[in-house]
Design a protein around this ligand. Structure first.
Ligand code: C2E
Ligand code: MG
Ligand code: MG
Ligand code: MG
Length: 285
């Protein structure tokens, strides 16, 4: 390349980077209004028994309907919110929205299932967080047993002793605790014994491409065995293909979550599923 071109290229990239920074900056500003202007909503992804398609539970996932940019995924805006204290307000909004939804399902006489909610690290650092969450559930007249809180390993590492107290007190009141994205961090086995974990969610990176034809799956197999030995429920995330589902079923995984059974759904889409209680996976070739 000639010098001039390279210089040009550099300027192009830098303009792109500037644009990106500007975009993120303006999103961060817009997050200010998102709560007030009611721009958030929840979607729910079924967690399904791989043997018979029964819906065992659902994961609640946050969506932001941006007035100009349309639907923005949490991977994009939550890191921005996590830099501020808004994350606690958003987190509370999520707790209320899900509690309210569970209550509505119960009032409609639908067969409700437990719902899991993702937590951010900052939320666990709030004072009296356990009683705060429990009071929200109570406000909506929802038994804590209908809720499971999804945390990640890094949240435990950052504040070991307080996290342990908080989770234990939530669990004593019947809230279930799930360890999310297992297989992406240290996957330290000591944490599984130390913290009160009911459920392990195997990250997509662990389940991607597993198939029975390949025989023994050392990683997935060992983790499922270990989790079950400790009395935990094992969930596989991001399952997209029938062969993954079949392999995971024969490994004894308790619940499958992923587009193979269902993408995350709006509440209107969830209602008829709760009525029937099962999902039939699409036939695959
Ligand atoms: P996560 O908790 O691990 O959630 C699973 C993610 O996998 C979701 O992304 C889901 O839409 C996606 N997914 C579902 N099925 C498939 C599949 O078959 N294949 C693949 N490749 N992906 C699939 P989503 O909804 O974009 O959320 C991203 C992350 O944002 C979540 O990861 C979670 O860490 C966080 N998050 C979502 N909602 C909330 C919330 O209300 N509060 C907090 N604090 N974090 C949230
Ligand atoms: Mg999750
Ligand atoms: Mg996950
Ligand atoms: Mg996550």
């Amino acid at each position: 390349r000639v010098k001039g071109e390279q210089k040009n290229e550099y300027r192009l990239y830098s303009a792109e980077a500037d644009e990106k920074t500007e975009h993120l900056f303006s999103l961060q500003n817009d997050l200010n209004q998102a709560l007030e202007e009611d721009q958030f909503h929840m979607v729910y992804q079924p967690r399904v028994n791989p043997g018979n398609g029964t819906i065992q539970s659902m994961e609640a996932l946050l969506r932001w309907d941006h007035p100009e940019h349309g639907s923005i995924s949490p991977g994009e805006f939550l890191p921005l919110a996590e830099k501020t204290t808004w994350i606690n307000d958003i987190g509370d909004w999520v707790m209320r929205a899900v509690s309210c939804q569970i209550r509505q399902w119960q009032q409609k006489g639908l067969e409700p299932v437990p719902v899991s909610i993702n937590l951010s690290a900052n939320q666990l650092l709030q004072t009296n967080v356990a009683s705060h969450f429990l009071s929200i559930f109570q406000e909506y007249n929802v038994e804590p047993g209908w809720l499971e809180l999804e945390i990640t390993e890094s949240m435990l590492i950052e504040n070991e002793s307080t996290a342990q107290d908080i989770l234990e007190s939530l669990q004593e009141h019947g809230v279930r605790i799930a360890l999310d994205d297992f297989g992406t961090g240290y996957s330290a086995l000591s944490y599984l014994q130390k913290f009160p974990v009911d459920t392990i969610k195997l990250d997509r990176s662990l389940v991607q491409g597993v198939s029975e034809e390949d025989g023994y799956q050392p990683m997935a197999d060992t983790v499922v065995y270990l989790g079950h030995s400790l009395g935990m429920s094992m969930v596989a995330e991001g399952v997209e293909y029938e062969k993954e589902c079949r392999a995971l079923r024969s490994l004894g995984v308790d619940e499958i979550q992923g587009c193979y059974f269902s993408r995350p759904l709006s509440t209107e889409e969830v209602n008829p599923l709760l009525e029937s209680g099962v999902i039939t996976a699409p036939p695959q070739t």
